[in-house]
Write a protein that binds this ligand. Structure first.
Ligand SMILES: Nc1ncnc2c1ncn2[C@@H]1O[C@H](COP(=O)(O)OP(=O)(O)O)[C@@H](O)[C@H]1O
Ligand SMILES: Cc1ncsc1CCOP(=O)(O)O
Ligand SMILES: [Mg+2]
Length: 274
């Protein structure tokens, strides 16, 4: 099912332009490299158009949004749309402040996104224009469970139809939806929520995967989600052998991404079409 997706990444080495936050920027650059892509972080308005124009994909991450980067995100997004490059939006903390919310809606209005990826609280907020938030992490009450899975899947399909984007909702169960299909993905480990940046790193990897596979955004996004989850599981196994903690886990996650291949992904991916 994910045949060729990682191979295409490793063969094409997509240049991924990320306008991202200063909390997790280095981890994002390293995991793009580990996945087979080539990262470039650039956020000044004087150069973002040029950088996007030579890239294979653009990732816009709102984690530490400010006036300067908001303007750069709009300019880069428009350039990407003009050049036909896939654009990934990570609306980190959507719902947490009026400024962040206003900017997220402006970006949605002015830019066509190939992928919108967030935790359930962020995506619910974008879709409804209101809702709870607990900062950059999902609210406990929003979380996707086996009981509400079908209704969240229908919601994700409807949001995909409205935006024309592949919708990725992360958590213990991840969902990847276009307007007609939804995958529920049960990879990953709870340790992934104990370090900051796993969501940002997934958006970065999605940039790398869609950049090398622009003709199949849905499967490239699903492969990125399964791949990140498989790495989370393998990293946890290694962590136990090493008797490590959260700091080591962050490093092991990037290690596993650099080792991930077609076979590991096919054997480890746990997805179901619902
Ligand atoms: N309890 C969990 N079990 C398995 N995987 C998880 C769990 N929590 C998060 N993940 C994984 O961690 C990554 C980031 O997801 P999440 O924590 O929802 O994002 P964010 O950091 O943006 O809030 C995803 O790959 C997701 O599958
Ligand atoms: C803690 C924090 N604050 C602003 S951005 C950020 C990182 C969020 O990363 P993630 O969405 O991957 O948890
Ligand atoms: Mg996030």
């Amino acid at each position: 099912m994910f045949e060729q997706i990682i191979t295409n990444v490793r063969n094409n080495v997509p240049l991924v332009h990320a306008i991202t936050n200063y909390v997790t920027v280095n981890d994002c650059a390293n995991i793009i490299l580990a996945s087979g892509g080539s990262p470039i972080m650039a956020d000044d308005i004087n150069e973002v158009r040029d950088i996007t124009a030579i890239s294979s994909a653009l990732v816009l991450n709102m984690g530490t949004l400010n006036e300067r980067t908001a303007a750069s995100m709009t300019a880069a997004g428009k350039t990407a749309n003009k050049c036909g490059l896939p654009v990934v939006l990570d609306p980190v903390g959507a719902g947490a402040s009026a400024y962040r919310n206003k900017t997220a809606f402006q970006l949605l209005e002015e830019i066509t996104f190939s992928v919108i990826k967030g935790n359930i609280s962020e995506i619910k907020f974008l879709a409804a224009g209101e809702g709870r938030t607990s900062g950059v992490d999902a609210c406990e009450a929003d979380k996707v469970t086996e009981d509400n899975l079908k209704s969240v899947a229908d919601f994700a399909k409807a949001f995909s139809k409205k935006t024309g984007s592949v919708i990725v909702i992360t958590g213990a169960i991840d969902l990847v939806a276009d307007k007609d299909h939804v995958f529920a993905i049960r990879n990953g480990h709870s340790m992934m929520s104990k370090i900051t940046g796993t969501g940002c790193m997934l958006s970065a990897v999605a940039g790398s995967f869609v950049g090398a596979n622009p003709g199949d955004i849905f499967h490239a996004s699903a492969a990125a989600v399964c791949g990140m989850g498989v790495c989370g599981e393998l990293a946890y196994k290694r962590l136990c052998e090493l008797h490590g903690g959260t700091g080591t886990y962050r490093m092991l996650l990037i290690d596993e991404m650099s080792r991930l291949d077609e076979k590991m992904l096919e054997e480890g991916a746990k997805y179901e079409c619902i």
